[in-house]
Design a protein around this ligand. Structure first.
Ligand SMILES: C[S@@+](CC[C@H](N)C(=O)[O-])C[C@H]1O[C@@H](n2cnc3c(N)ncnc32)[C@H](O)[C@@H]1O
Length: 366
């Protein structure tokens, strides 16, 4: 079936969304708001339909030429064809729409922190290797696309990729590996198994994130802090107050080992623990602490966290860093009667992709 529609907004998957006169809803990969597109679809009878973009009848005024010839073949970028400012607005709108639909209103909503570098911002890339080919996965496929230059990756990573290609064949590589630009500014080849500790991909925006969390801790005066999903202490060493006690937990032994090594002993004592976080964890914390921490900081993966099981009467402050608006809403919805939703700010960690990251601050209602 064919149709012509105008794209109204983008979905959480980054696809253009438009309607036909009968009110059917179409999801069109590659389309952006303001485009008029000819589409084909097969899901006749359903109200929500995935459709293929056949041709651009009238391009959106927000369209820009994509810098990469592999755009829409490679699975890396969602929005290289879209003006950066419009991408930011779309991310904010998506987040606010979801919060409002769930009756979650923040008192102080700060504008999204835009990325200083929209290109070449990634400090690590995941690559695939098959025979002599090294590259990224094709969209919705395990086939490899060999890319000359990835415009989202730091130039040093691109140079390392070029050098690896020149060394092939005769240079042994894992089927999946990472190129990582480390703190010293040199590139490491990391096997997938070794890359088990999480690292923020955008160094400049990670600094914004760290500052934001640190500012909230400084102004709210929290001293006894429980931090969940601490990784290698990325946030811990930014917010660590001059005195008090922190218990910081993560499941990754590699990350906890790194965190312990980073600890220079100044400020509040930090007890890094390697533990799996679940609804039963609080009972396993030291007596006195499990009902005594005044601040909870969490930065879970997309799956979110069983936040309610960490709330007790003396908990005054919650700082929740999220990369998934949907699970965030699920996790905080039940706290509306006990906590004021104080501050919200998104930080654009991943320009040209649909991904969003944000920091939220909830304060106990007195
Ligand atoms: C989004 S990362 C955040 C890491 C850190 N806060 C940072 O800024 O780099 C999520 C972290 O959750 C950890 N994690 C995932 N599932 C977990 C679980 N069930 N229990 C404990 N940690 C978990 C991962 O090891 C990872 O370090």
């Amino acid at each position: 079936m064919l149709a012509e529609i105008e794209i109204d907004h983008v979905s959480q998957m980054g696809h253009g969304v438009g309607y036909d006169a009968a009110g059917n809803i179409y999801f069109v990969e590659g389309a952006i708001p303001g485009d008029t597109v000819e589409i084909s679809f097969s899901e006749h009878g359903k109200r929500y339909r995935d459709a293929e973009l056949l041709s651009l009848k009238k391009p959106s005024p927000e369209r820009v030429p994509p810098v990469c010839p592999h755009f829409q073949v490679c699975g890396g970028c969602d929005w290289l064809q879209w003006e950066y400012r419009a991408q930011l607005d779309a991310k904010e709108k998506m987040l606010m729409h979801l919060l409002e639909r769930n009756d979650i209103r923040f008192r102080n909503k700060l504008p999204i922190a835009e990325a200083p570098s929209r290109l070449e911002y990634r400090n690590r890339i995941q690559l695939h290797c098959q025979g002599d080919k090294i590259g990224f996965n094709r969209r919705r496929s395990h086939e490899i696309v060999e890319i000359e230059y990835c415009h989202l990756a730091h130039p040093k990573l691109n140079q390392a990729l070029r050098e690896l290609r020149e060394k092939r064949p005769g240079f042994s590589l894992e089927p999946r590996f990472e190129l990582l630009l480390n703190e010293k500014g040199t590139v490491e080849v990391v096997r997938q198994t070794e890359a088990e500790s999480f690292l923020q991909v955008n160094t400049a925006q990670n600094e914004r994130l760290r500052l934001l969390v640190a500012e909230i801790v400084r102004s709210d005066g929290g001293k006894n802090i429980l931090e969940l999903y601490c990784g290698d202490g990325n946030l811990t060493f930014a917010y660590r107050p001059p005195e008090g006690r922190i218990i910081a937990i993560d499941a990754s032994s590699a990350a906890i080992e790194k965190a312990r090594k980073r600890d220079n002993g100044t400020g509040a004592s930090v007890d890094f623990r390697q533990m799996r976080i679940d609804g039963a964890l609080r009972r396993r914390l030291p007596a006195g602490y499990r009902d005594g921490y005044d601040t909870l900081i969490l930065d879970p993966p997309r799956a979110g966290a069983d936040l309610a099981s960490f709330v007790h009467n003396k908990l005054m402050h919650i700082i929740y860093v999220s990369c998934s608006p949907g699970t965030f809403v699920r996790d905080v919805r039940s706290l509306k009667k006990e906590f004021a939703f104080e501050t919200l700010q998104a930080v654009d960690m991943f320009p040209h992709t649909r991904h969003i990251e944000f920091v939220s601050y909830l304060k106990r209602l007195l």
